[in-house]
Ligand binder design. Structure first.
Ligand code: SAH
Length: 352
């Protein structure tokens, strides 16, 4: 599929054509990664951040936020709950905070690897190469670092503090891959000024980078950010369907990167609490990320408002039985094991 065709699909509005796209993506998902839905337990261990990203509620200028970093023991308690819940992976996520000691993270990773058999994914933003290397040595398996948009001009407007930002994020993805991490990236859909061409470039970029994981969610304006305050007003007069566009990007990503792991994101479940997760799973996704962060911290990790299950564990959150029922109702089952990326495994064993 070439760029023109991707753009045509992104602009498609005919429901019967879109049905075809969903079916193609679902069939590719089934053929390449199967019926299993892998669970990744998300632990939002700190909201401390030195960055000034104009879309994100954790940005350094947001003085209305109580900042926290969970202790190692608190995080380990969440890790054990994730294992009991049936997750094969824990995702340790935080703001981008250079003051977080690399050694602290090293010891945390070591302890998780000693006490459990879970895969460990890090999502803590850009760091120095030697930190990435230290954490890999300590046993971290995967790293998530979204490039947010492949359009360098758009990137500069949304991440002003990260000078040379997009290329730095892109080179970090190379470094992470060379260190032996499974590498994940992704973008937000519906950023102000983002065109269909930009999204097509994003999808082509996922393919070019040969990513092991691709996370795509709708951009949700946060009123406590410079981008969000204006955008929320603009959308009131001119609503845009970021949910549908996100589903198109998920479906096209599955077609172009058939073996990659794709989550049905919390952001999608937030714009459509009734069935966002299910729609993502039916249109190409094969991963979900139940939130394991204790509520007393979760309420302070507001990257965007009204995050799905921010206040109470809802149907998708901390209730494993409901989650199993939900997956069965859409003909899927919970994945067992770590759910490693098939791209990654194939690269590690080239003769297979
Ligand atoms: N500090 C880490 C983790 C960021 S949070 C990092 O920089 O990589 C994880 C993702 O949430 C971000 O990469 C971004 O794509 C998404 N996100 C942040 N604010 C958002 C918003 N307002 N709407 C939708 N997604 C958002």
């Amino acid at each position: 599929m070439d760029r023109e065709e991707i753009i045509r699909w992104l602009g498609e509005e005919d429901p019967s054509q879109l049905e075809t796209l969903w079916q193609l993506a679902d069939a590719a998902r089934m053929r390449h990664v199967g019926e299993a839905v892998h669970l990744r337990g998300l632990i939002e261990f700190s909201n401390q951040c030195s960055q000034d990203c104009t879309y994100c509620g954790l940005h350094v200028g947001n003085k209305n936020l109580t900042r926290y970093r969970m202790s190692e023991d608190e995080i380990l308690a969440c890790v054990h709950s994730a294992a009991e819940f049936g997750c094969g992976t824990v995702v340790l996520q935080s703001g981008q905070n250079p003051a977080m000691p690399a050694k602290w993270m090293e010891s945390l990773i070591g302890r998780i690897k000693r006490e459990t058999s879970l895969a460990v994914t890090l999502s803590v933003g850009l760091r120095r190469e030697r930190d990435f290397a230290l954490w890999r040595q300590a046993g971290a398996d995967r790293y998530l670092l979204r490039f947010e948009t492949s359009n360098p001009r758009l990137f500069e407007t949304i991440c002003p503090l990260l000078s040379g930002g997009l290329s730095r994020r892109m080179s970090a993805l190379d470094v992470l891959g060379a260190l032996g991490y499974e590498v994940g990236s992704g973008v937000m859909v519906g950023l102000p000024g983002q065109s269909l061409g930009d999204l097509a470039d994003d999808i082509e970029c996922f393919r070019r980078l040969g990513l092991d994981m691709v996370g795509v969610g709708p951009y949700i304006p946060h009123p406590g950010t410079s981008l969000g305050a204006d955008e929320a007003r603009r959308r009131e007069s001119q609503p845009i369907d970021t949910e549908l566009m996100t589903c198109k990007v998920v479906a096209l990503t599955r077609l172009l990167c058939p073996r990659t792991n794709i989550p049905s994101t919390t952001a999608l479940a937030t714009v459509n609490p009734a069935e966002g997760w299910e729609l993502g799973l039916a249109r190409g996704a094969n991963v979900i990320m139940p939130n394991m962060t204790p509520e007393k911290y979760r309420i302070h990790y507001e990257i965007y408002p009204a995050k799905a299950c921010i206040h109470q564990p809802g149907k998708h959150c901390l209730d494993n039985e409901n989650l199993q029922g939900l997956l069965e109702s859409i003909g899927r089952k919970t994945g067992t094991g770590r759910g490693d990326s098939l791209n990654y495994l194939a690269a590690a064993t080239p003769n297979k």
